[in-house]
Write a protein that binds this ligand. Structure first.
Ligand SMILES: Nc1ncnc2c1ncn2[C@@H]1O[C@H](COP(=O)(O)OP(=O)(O)O)[C@@H](O)[C@H]1O
Ligand SMILES: [Mg+2]
Length: 227
């Protein structure tokens, strides 16, 4: 692997590559906070989003999916970022048969689910990039997808595009049990975080909390957003 490629993979699969004990521990803490939050309300489908691109949504969605599978839960990770999909790269999968292909009726559910080298983790890649991702995510077919995967998995994690750029994650948040907002330390502007939070709340999303990505902290980096 070239030096550039190594750098690109960077922190991506920290929870299985065991490069950072602290980061892996923080993902386990987030997992247990979600488990606690699901005592009174089912939290089976989760949307991971953030104000902008590059905040760490994909890195967070992937590592959360891995730590839930390490706990023995049956997990489905879905690349619902049909604009800049990257999960297929991280797991070295083909992306010619994914969510978009299912949503337009080209494929059935079984043919878009990919097993991974991790026993309890399956993946649905984004599929061929469509011209109308928002329309597809807001379709009846998407509701059918949710019903079908909820029957098969303990937890479904959706990686999505940025909230402040397109409506996709807001649409999806509306169909899911909870949303986590990723905030990138030293990059995300407070005003943008507030705007993202308001947009999600306005759409009726159940905002569970925020994940502060990229800051070394003495404790964990999971915060509840009040209000
Ligand atoms: N805490 C971090 N420290 C260093 N690099 C990070 C961190 N979080 C994410 N990255 C890197 O930043 C880039 C963007 O992250 P990504 O998860 O793809 O963001 P998004 O999905 O929000 O666009 C990736 O190359 C990723 O490896
Ligand atoms: Mg991404």
């Amino acid at each position: 692997m070239t030096r550039k490629k190594k750098k690109e993979r960077g922190v991506n699969l920290i929870t299985i590559e065991r490069k950072s004990k602290q980061a892996s521990e923080q993902f386990r803490t987030i997992r247990s906070n979600i488990n606690f939050a699901s005592i009174n309300k089912e939290l089976k489908s989760l949307v991971i989003t953030s104000p902008h691109s590059g905040d760490g949504k994909t890195m967070t969605a992937t590592n959360l999916a891995i730590v839930f599978s390490q706990e023995g839960k049956k997990v489905l990770l879905v690349d619902a970022d049909m604009r800049k999909p990257t999960i297929h790269h991280m797991f070295r999968l083909m992306n010619n048969n994914g969510l978009s292909n299912y949503l337009v009726g080209q494929q059935d559910i079984n043919s878009i689910i990919n097993p991974t080298y991790l026993t309890d983790l399956d993946i649905v890649t984004s599929g061929i990039i469509p011209p109308n991702p928002s329309e597809l995510l807001g379709s009846i077919q998407m509701e059918k997808f949710m019903t079908s995967v909820k029957e098969r998995y303990d937890i479904i994690i959706f990686d999505t595009p940025p909230v402040l750029v397109v409506t996709d994650s807001t649409l999806l948040a509306n169909l899911c049990d909870g949303v986590l907002l990723v905030i990138r330390a030293k990059k995300s502007e407070i005003s943008d975080v507030k705007k993202a939070k308001e947009q999600l709340k306005y759409a009726g999303a159940n905002l569970l909390g925020a994940i502060l990505n990229g800051k070394k902290l003495p404790q964990d980096s999971y915060y509840y957003i009040k209000g």
